[in-house]
Write a protein that binds this ligand. Structure first.
Ligand SMILES: O=C(O)[C@H](O)C(=O)CO
Ligand SMILES: [Mg+2]
Length: 252
């Protein structure tokens, strides 16, 4: 199995280019990030080239985080801001050859939010036909009021948008907290899945503890013929190197 280090959480204590080098040294096959925008894309591109690791994805900006925003793409009346964030993410993804862009929906609800999200997703899918656009349901403990809550809602939106480059970010951590039934859900949704992430549940730590048996989940993913790197998106709560026993076990 291949694994991607999510550098939004792992090696957060280092500048992004050094975090990429640390991921390589630890044996990851790929990297992904959250919001890389404070680091010049050229510096990230150099570290990617040096290590040979692909950058799987990045997120659109969340907007005014201090003011409580967590994404712009489903906020009615904010299309201009959402599209600036999309344009920025597309340009950055092209500069570092990131495969995917996760469009953060934001805190919103109702028909207007749905229509706004669909409109902005169509805009993003057209703006980046050579990238995958991802949408990710977030759980209601960490992100209460987030527009996209479940895989079912995400699939209905993907079908309505009807773009060939729009896919589901299946984060096992969020989906376990909201819906459970990971095995069947992964198998059923495989055609719509663009990326898979994981962390222990409920504490969002390394995948070697908690209520989800990741040994089983990784077997299911392998057996369903999914061979893209899986995103380790967990909070190490200390030096990342101290939390990588699971990776050594998977490699042995
Ligand atoms: O929190 C997550 O699971 C995400 O993957 C993310 O990108 C930021 O919300
Ligand atoms: Mg995630």
């Amino acid at each position: 199995m291949k694994f991607s280090a999510n550098l939004g959480f792992l090696w957060q204590d280092r500048p992004l280019p050094d975090a990429i080098r640390a991921a390589k040294a630890a044996g990851f096959d790929a990297v992904e990030c959250h919001w890389p925008y404070e680091t010049p894309a050229a510096e990230v591109a150099v570290a990617l080239k040096e290590t040979g690791l692909p950058m799987l994805g990045l997120n659109t900006r969340r907007g005014d985080v201090a003011g409580g925003e967590n994404g712009l793409s489903a906020l009615p009346g904010r299309d201009d801001d959402a599209r600036l964030a999309i344009d920025e993410a597309v340009a950055y993804a092209q500069a570092v050859t990131a495969d995917a862009i996760h469009l953060m929906a934001g805190f919103a609800d109702g028909t207007d939010a749905h229509d706004t999200f669909v409109r902005n997703l169509r805009y993003a899918c057209d703006a980046a036909p050579d990238r995958t656009i991802l949408i990710e349901p977030l759980n209601h403990y960490d992100a209460p009021g987030y527009f996209l809550k479940t895989s079912g809602q995400a699939i209905r939106i993907i079908e309505e948008v009807g773009a060939s480059n729009l896919r589901l970010m299946f984060d096992c951590y969020h989906i376990q907290l909201m819906e459970g039934d990971l095995t069947h859900r992964l198998q059923r949704l495989k055609p719509q899945i663009g990326h898979i992430q994981f962390a222990s549940v409920p504490d969002r730590g390394a995948p070697d503890r908690g209520e989800v048996n990741y040994g089983h989940v990784f077997d299911v993913i392998r057996d369903m013929g999914y061979d893209a790197p899986l995103g380790a998106e967990y909070k190490p709560g200390g030096p990342t190197e101290d939390t990588l026993g699971w990776l050594s076990m998977m490699r042995s």
